[in-house]
Design a protein around this ligand. Structure first.
Ligand code: ADP
Ligand code: MG
Length: 408
């Protein structure tokens, strides 16, 4: 059972979470709990760091941020103990979560599950601080925003759990962010593949690495609300019914920046050297477009996470100078709207409908990228929410009634 930041944002809620855990333990289940930091705490810590320096060392950021989850894990273990249960809190290191050494966005490499297994067999309810691990040289690392989901799924896999339940502040996975598209509908089931695309494309309800783990190891994943009895959404294998829906979800990613390298000489290997340097600096590039060249010169534009924009521009300028390209420009006032659905494999005209819908609202498309089950368009940031709502409606995802409340 994993509980997100809103679910543990104050003592009253931590006690409510303790009640939920107790209920499941009383049914006879062995349970491992994973918690996030209290909502807002991570941001508060980041602000403190930036009051000291605009560019804090990432190792220290990880040391700082990992404290938030340790606080909630200890408080929840106390609440369970106060209810007469034997419970103990653990840091990522204490439960053997080994990661690579990429500070602030480390990847879990392996888990030594011995300590958790012996706690379970001694009747202890372990409460694990999410979002963190330990690097090969024993420094604390964190897994990136939303990383506690990944802690939970990775532990579920390592312990051969029957299921991993992600408790959050909405009743499940919706056809779009219900806080942005009021007419979004809750999905009863969604395939791993679609969920992975949606998470990677900006639906922050699940950390995309957590879905990757669940998909690879076929771990059934349930998303449900801490504050209601709704059965939530099951993330699971694809079935026939899912294919009948052309589009299952719409996402908006407001976290992108576009970088344009102008006047790149039209010679083999130049794009390679640009993207090699970016990848050597751990910059994850998303969309890439290379325009048709004139006078043996071409523009290469691509998108990166906004938090990487400054670093990316610096690297791109170095490369541009080395290869004799022109200026490097960037834009941050952009968003990426995407539609996702396994049904796209067997339906045609989906892209045309999406482009027509955007055109009918006068929304210009800056870049396009597609895969077998998704279509993404880069647009002006100011049209993001409008685009999400009209595209959601075009593909028949709106619910007819004003419906049940989203928040439990
Ligand atoms: P937690 O702190 O529990 O991890 P998050 O804030 O990370 O919670 O994720 C839950 C939020 O995800 C919801 O409040 C909702 O606004 C957002 N969200 C974005 N896309 C979706 C979606 N398709 N379905 C449900 N929630 C979504
Ligand atoms: Mg989250």
């Amino acid at each position: 059972m994993k509980f997100g930041g809103t679910s543990v944002s104050n003592i009253e809620r931590i006690c409510h979470v303790a009640d939920l855990v107790e209920e499941v333990a009383r049914e006879g289940h062995e349970v491992v709990v994973v918690v996030s930091a209290m909502a807002g705490d991570t941001d508060r810590l980041i602000r403190l760091a930036h009051e000291i320096t605009p560019d804090p060392p990432e190792r220290e950021i990880d040391m700082l941020l990992s404290s938030g989850e340790r606080i909630t894990s200890a408080l929840l273990a106390m609440a369970l103990t106060a209810r007469g249960r034997t419970s103990r809190s653990f840091s990522g290191r204490q439960v053997g979560i080994h990661t690579d050494s990429t500070h602030t966005k480390a990847r879990i490499e392996h888990i030594e599950s011995g300590r958790l297994l012996s706690a379970l067999s001694a009747g202890v309810i372990p409460v694990v601080a999410g979002f963190q691990g330990i690097s090969p040289n024993e420094d604390v690392t964190t897994l990136g925003r939303g990383g506690s989901d990944t802690t939970a799924v990775a532990l579920a896999v390592a312990l051969s759990a029957d299921r991993c339940d992600i408790y959050t502040d909405v009743t499940g996975v919706f056809t779009a962010d219900p806080n942005m598209v009021p007419r979004a509908r809750k999905l009863e089931r969604i395939s791993y593949e679609e969920m992975l695309e949606m998470a990677a494309l900006g639906a922050k309800v699940l950390h995309s690495r957590s879905v990757e783990f669940a998909m690879r190891y076929r771990m059934p994943l349930r998303v449900l609300s801490t504050f209601s009895k709704d059965p939530g959404t099951l993330v699971t294998e694809e079935d026939k019914k899912m294919e009948q829906m052309v589009v299952s979800g719409v996402t908006l990613d407001r976290n992108q920046a576009q970088v344009i390298v102008c006047d790149v000489p039209d010679r083999p290997g130049l794009a390679a050297s640009l993207f090699r340097d970016l990848s050597d600096n751990a910059v994850i590039v998303d969309m890439i477009v290379q325009n048709v060249g004139q006078d043996h010169l071409t523009d290469i534009s691509f998108t990166v996470p906004r938090s990487e924009a400054r670093k990316t521009i610096r690297i791109a300028r170095e490369v541009a100078q080395r290869i004799g390209a022109g200026e490097v420009r960037s834009r941050e006032d952009i968003s990426k709207i995407s539609i996702v659905g396994v049904g796209m494999r067997s339906h045609s005209g989906v892209a045309a409908r999406m482009f027509e819908t955007l055109a009918s609202e006068g929304i210009n498309i800056l870049m396009i990228s597609t895969s077998e089950i998704k279509i993404s368009c880069l647009i002006d940031e100011k049209y993001g929410e409008l685009a999400a709502r009209v595209v959601h409606q075009t593909f028949g995802l709106d619910r007819a009634d004003s419906g049940e409340p989203v928040r439990g």
